[in-house]
Ligand binder design. Structure first.
Ligand SMILES: Cc1cc2nc3c(=O)[nH]c(=O)nc-3n(C[C@H](O)[C@H](O)[C@H](O)COP(=O)(O)OP(=O)(O)OC[C@H]3O[C@@H](n4cnc5c(N)ncnc54)[C@H](O)[C@@H]3O)c2cc1C
Length: 293
């Protein structure tokens, strides 16, 4: 279907974009890579009168090293995140999740900020961002503010970004030297995950010293598996110890039921995938050996 007609604005600075958003309010919609917004507009599920394209704001693109964190411009594409050596070195979990996100074409158009702002509970980037303790820098008419990952995802397709605000950049605290693995369960390649688990661990003396685990599609927002993380600390990376910790993966979750699987099936998946993801992150997965660096 062809979208309803709309006015198109293409500001070249963040200030111009914020001003345009303030001026048009509820009638306007931000356009990033368009990989979620355009399908919705074509189905006429959303018909903004004004579309504000951020694509000409160069300052919103790229990854930079800011000491203890990487700063990712919201308009940085998935493909850039996939190939940027800083991301692979300091935020391996994001690098791995992006590798499994949709297909090549979508990764070349879709953006890191757009995917997080869209807040699809099945989106592949929310759980890694949550697990890494990302901070979201949001700009609006009153200036910028920073929101912690735990407060950013509010509900299904809803974030802490206000109607007159734009996600400017995301700060990813460095997890240099941590093993990481994103375990995504799909029926066919390039699909959205039925359930996925993002795990990153720091090993010390043969045991797990620190762990961070995020769950995808186990509720209306990405969920941090705090009970699993606590149970992993001090444990060796063995099937038995990690499997016992992974049993807590459903704590605090509210898995949906849909045509891909009911909530009981997803609960089972969460436990199995958590065990696999943590073992791989710890470098103990003999099948893939995927996580350890
Ligand atoms: C066929 C297909 C398969 C896909 N498979 C997957 C998958 O497996 N896993 C996955 O995670 N994703 C998948 N995606 C989605 C993809 O990741 C998109 O890139 C992403 O969801 C949206 O990013 P975008 O840059 O295209 O944003 P857009 O579509 O341009 O925008 C999405 C929403 O976010 C808002 N927005 C965008 N940027 C900002 C900003 N800076 N500040 C405030 N609001 C903003 C927009 O107004 C809009 O409401 C798929 C998409 C398609 C079409």
């Amino acid at each position: 279907m062809i979208p309803a007609s709309f006015d198109y604005l293409a500001p070249t600075s963040v200030e111009e974009a914020v001003a345009a958003l303030s001026q048009h309010g509820d009638d306007a919609k931000i356009l990033a890579g368009g990989q979620s917004l355009l399908p919705v507009m074509r189905m006429r599920l959303n018909a903004p009168e004004v579309v504000i394209d951020l694509g000409r704001i160069d300052a919103m693109r790229g990854v930079r090293d800011d000491g203890d964190a990487l700063v990712v411009g919201a308009m940085t594409t998935h493909a850039t995140m996939e190939h940027d050596p800083l991301v692979e070195e300091h935020a391996l979990l994001v690098h791995q999740a992006v590798e499994h996100l949709a297909d090549l074409q979508i990764r070349h158009r879709g953006t890191f900020g757009g995917a997080l702002a869209h807040a699809d509970p099945a989106g592949d980037l929310g759980a890694p961002a949550l697990a890494l303790g990302a901070q979201f820098v949001i700009v609006g008419p009153g200036g910028t503010r920073t929101v912690e990952a735990a407060d950013f995802f509010v509900d299904l397709f809803e974030t802490a970004i206000g109607d007159d605000e734009i996600l400017l950049e995301v700060r990813l605290p460095k997890h240099t030297g941590w093993g990481a693995h994103y375990e995504k369960f799909v029926r066919v390649a390039h699909q959205w995950p039925i359930v996925a688990v993002a795990a990153t661990v720091r090993m010390e003396g043969g045991a797990i010293a620190e762990a961070a685990v995020g769950l995808t599609n186990m509720g209306s927002t990405p969920i941090r598996a705090h009970a699993v993380e606590a149970a992993l600390v001090g444990q060796p990376a063995t099937e038995e110890a990690v499997g016992a910790a992974a049993a807590a993966a459903t704590e605090g979750t509210n898995a949906p039921s849909d045509l891909n699987g009911d909530s009981a099936y997803r609960n089972h998946l969460a436990q199995v995938l958590t065990r696999r993801a943590v073992l791989a992150a710890a470098g103990a997965d003999t099948l893939t050996g995927a996580g350890a660096r």
